[in-house]
Unconditional design. Sequence first.
Length: 367
Amino acid sequence: MHFLVKLHIFNPEHDIALAYGEENITLPHTIQEFKMNLGYIPALWANDGDCILVDDVPYAIKALAKVHRPHADVVFVNKDDIKGAEFAGIEPWGWDHSLCAMLTKSGIKINGRNSNQIIDNSLLDKLRDLSNRKHTSGMLEYICKGIENITCGKSFYVTNFDNLLKLANQYKHIVIKAPWSSSGRGIRYVTDSNISQSLSGWAKNIIKRQGGLSVEPYYNRIKDFAMEFYSHEDGHIDYCGLSVFSTDCGTYTGNIIASESYKEEIISKYLSKELLALVSQRIQNYLSPILKDWYRGPFGIDMMVVGSSNGFILHPCVEINLRRTMGHVANSARVDDNAPAELMHIIHDVNYLLRFESIEKTFVKVI
């Protein structure tokens, strides 16, 4: 069977797959449900005629109809439908060993080539390594050079528990992060130098399973946001805009959908537009030679506005997400720059549902 169109795949288990680093993984029930309920999401950025791989085709058709959002005229397919099929390209939420094993097993081809010839294991290993939180320290150092008075951010990578204790004693209030994790699940907070028995057990287990831990001083977070990008294989990186979002205990809760100027207005209450432009350019300069020739796709850099004794400063690299993000989704869902700002969020009411709600400008400014 030949589909000379792209195949889109929403695989929100991607971050979990990175943590395992293996072809066969067992997903928590909540992730399975999330994936099934929202598998239609690529219709918001796909092109007419493209295919979207879903678990349940009838469910995806009904769920998309309830979103009431402009979307591409897509074809939903399941795993049986794509066996031996040929596509012009594959656009997943994120690339990992588990996804590629599934594609290889299905026997699909991309422009005449087998799927395992497109993304080989060495590239997957490279992507997994760069997605490790240990790499935030290098980017932070590069971005903040010369502008340390208006930026902040330190990140340490420890491979044994004793070094974790030393950092806890030094900084007192720290954030401990697993190298790979999803939606705040791999993050723990230490409010003083004392680490509880349960937390020490968790930390030692992560070090054993994932090789280390990322440790950061705790910062007075005022607002979450991100910058979204798209990397081309020739090394060129496009800046795709801001993502202004909210979280609850590290878990994503919603995105603002609005014009770029509107989002810039929100962040410029705290940070200058000149600083944002400089940081965007430095991210592109830093990652361009790293991603050149092997990574083509979207990515995002999570940031935060931090309150300090000197006012507001920028933490320019909380996390590197080498995949599509909800910020990309929000930007794709924008209908008209002149339309009122909206809140895009996910709720769970029997099933996971994607919701878009109009919000007043005054509310948006404090979200």
